[in-house]
Design a protein around this ligand. Structure first.
Ligand SMILES: [Zn+2]
Ligand SMILES: [Zn+2]
Length: 68
């Protein structure tokens, strides 16, 4: 049996992690108050969440209606 050496998996750079304070509605850093989606705990700005609720937009991550 010919044992093949498996190459080690590439090490991911730590910079890949998603910023905690990143609002997916306006695609930028969260300003001011933070709204947390109750279903998936994704964070948005309170202002964006209010707008999303009024426009009946869904949470970008889990597609739940924004409720508060
Ligand atoms: Zn969500
Ligand atoms: Zn925002």
């Amino acid at each position: 049996m010919n044992e093949k050496k498996v190459p080690p998996p590439p090490v991911l750079p730590p910079s890949i992690e998603i910023k905690e304070n990143f609002c997916l509605f306006h695609k930028g850093e969260i300003q001011g108050e933070i709204y947390t989606c109750p279903a998936c705990k994704t964070r948005y700005c309170m202002e964006c969440a209010k707008k999303a609720r009024d426009e009946r937009k869904l949470c970008v991550k889990c597609k739940q209606l924004v409720l508060m």
